[in-house]
Design a protein around this ligand. Sequence first.
Ligand SMILES: Nc1ncnc2c1ncn2[C@@H]1O[C@H](COP(=O)(O)OP(=O)(O)OP(=O)(O)O)[C@@H](O)[C@H]1O
Length: 234
Amino acid sequence: MTTALIATSALARSYAMGKTSVAALRGVDLTVQPGEFVALVGPSGSGKSTLLHLIGGLVRPSAGEVWVHGLELGRSSDAELVAYRRDTLGFIFQSFNLLPIKSAWENVAVPLMLAGVPLATRKARALTLLEQLGLAARADHRPAELSGGEQQRVAIARSLANRPRLLLADEPTGNLDSRTGKEIMNLLQRLVRDEGLTMLLVTHDMGVASFADRIVHLRDGMIERIEAVGRDGG
Ligand SMILES: Nc1ncnc2c1ncn2[C@@H]1O[C@H](COP(=O)(O)OP(=O)(O)OP(=O)(O)O)[C@@H](O)[C@H]1O
């Protein structure tokens, strides 16, 4: 048996709302193996983003445990969580979140800058990643000079800069037309397969979810069912 990369146990999270509290997640047991591509789907408010944020070390559990890469995030210090996010994770967002005044390669190099990598090394790594994603000719362009699909590819290159084990994606195709969204999903699927990455992706779109190996259906803060898609799916 391989060691799971992610293992949650009775994982719960509530939010205080005045005098009451909202249970966003109500006891989730989920295991993800290295190299898996897992999609989280479910109705609005079912807890998808909360689960992604718990696994991303951005939100702390109210109860239960969340283990990623040997670290129990609920018991980790703030400094350990900062190091965990920097060294283990890559984040991809719906709105790309690129810095508008920086060029494509500078955006890709941001995580390396935060990790203290020298300029020449981070520029070389950024250019290699942009080339892998078919954007070599766009390295000096600013985000506003790029199409939506190109901007998301720059954001994907940025998410890969620190050689993460786990990619966390929140509606990565939500701002793209369906054809460009499909191209981005093909790219992410290829990255997981070829680079041995693990990916957890939140979406409300079953077409997007079908690129995953497994689809976790959430409802009312709990797992309703888990669907195996298989490697030929999508
Ligand atoms: N910071 C917060 N403060 C208060 N309530 C919150 C907070 N974040 C989430 N919630 C509540 O927790 C529940 C789950 O929210 P979550 O964002 O995880 O759902 P989701 O499935 O990602 O929804 P969507 O598809 O609409 O993004 C919802 O009822 C939401 O209103």
